[in-house]
Design a protein around this ligand. Structure first.
Ligand SMILES: Nc1ncnc2c1ncn2[C@@H]1O[C@H](COP(=O)(O)OP(=O)(O)O)[C@@H](O)[C@H]1O
Ligand SMILES: [Mg+2]
Length: 319
């Protein structure tokens, strides 16, 4: 197993009485675009700040490239971070801002990866305009250009689309896509499921400082779908359904069964059950716990427990 790029183990961060992060563990492997997803106050920024050596853990460890993070530790040079609002000198051009920042770090701009940085940020001629004429999205892209100058192996981005309009959000999403194709590993935070779903390969979901779940976006948000079924003989239904090729997984829930499908044709299930002579009482879309939680982050709370909200069999749906 290759060494993870980010390795957080049993991390706690307390601010007085407040536990911003409680026993959080996750890893980010090389090449992943990992989204730290959670509502406001979940502890995302605190986690990223600990990873960047800006806060000390109260307990547990945060490692980058296999080394425990300390303020100013050498591994941080390999990381490009945007965990605070990117600040620029407004009356200077984007290009001059990049140059001054790079020189302040002791580098000469020709050693910087300027072409890649400018190419990915895609500011075009605007790079020579004064930063005060930039939109929020352009400033964000200049921020990306700045952190790309040092050829970072890992990007740590705290809510990179916050305060941007939908067009600008799409631009940032494309920008992160270009970075990923160049082989970068990315850890970003967000409180929007729809956004991380489109940008990330992996998710770490947290709430109230704690880990809720983690895995690939496909595992957590699953496009293949699950179905909740109630029949007169659950054990026989289990046998019948487990034999179907489209059934990936199956477990008991409430009075029924939750069936995970590979390529969601609900009608396969009802046909198989009825052919086996079983009486189908309920068949309805089901969602796993993780999905339910993710939706709760996004919209108004609603009851997602199928067993508590049985749906009558609808003949057209079932077929
Ligand atoms: N420096 C701090 N001092 C006191 N409380 C803090 C500090 N930073 C964060 N918190 C608290 O920790 C919790 C998590 O905050 P934060 O990590 O900013 O969450 P998120 O980024 O997910 O919105 C919140 O309750 C917040 O008020
Ligand atoms: Mg935050």
């Amino acid at each position: 197993m290759p060494m993870p790029i980010v390795n957080v183990t049993g991390l706690w961060k307390n601010f007085g009485e407040v536990s911003a992060v409680e026993d959080l563990s996750f890893v980010v492997e090389q090449g992943q675009v990992c989204g730290l997803l959670g509502p406001n106050g979940a502890g995302k920024s605190t986690t990223l700040r600990v990873l960047m050596g800006l806060e000390r853990p109260s307990r547990g460890t945060a490692e980058l490239f296999g080394v425990s993070v300390q303020p100013g530790c050498g591994e941080l040079i390999r990381v490009g971070a945007m965990v605070e609002q990117a600040a620029f000198v407004p009356h200077l051009s984007g290009m001059l801002n990049l140059r001054l920042w790079w020189e302040a770090l002791g580098g000469h701009l020709r050693d910087a990866d300027l072409d890649t940085a400018l190419g990915i940020a895609d500011l075009g001629d605007a790079i020579n305009r004064k930063v005060r004429t930039y939109s929020q999205g352009m400033k964000q892209r200049l921020g990306f250009a700045r952190l790309l100058l040092a050829r970072p192996e890992l990007l740590v981005l705290d809510e990179p689309t916050n305060g941007l309009d939908p067009g600008e959000i799409r631009d940032i999403r494309e920008l992160i896509g270009r970075l990923t194709r160049e082989g970068a590993t990315v850890l970003l935070s967000s409180h929007h499921l729809s956004e991380v779903e489109q940008t990330c390969s992996h998710l770490v979901v947290m709430n109230h400082g704690k880990l809720v779940s983690s895995g690939t976006v496909a595992q957590l948000v699953g496009s293949t779908g699950s179905v909740y079924v109630e029949v007169d003989d659950r054990e026989r239904a289990r046998t019948v359904l487990s034999a179907l090729p489209s059934v990936r997984n199956l477990h008991l829930q409430g009075d029924g069964l939750v069936v995970d499908l590979h390529d969601g044709r609900r009608s396969d299930l009802s046909v198989a059950l009825m052919t086996a002579g079983l009486r189908l009482e309920t068949i309805a879309p089901a969602q796993r716990l993780e999905d339910a939680f993710l939706e709760l982050l996004e919209g108004p709370a609603r009851d997602l427990t199928p067993s508590e909200t049985p749906v009558a069999v609808d003949a057209t749906e079932a077929q």
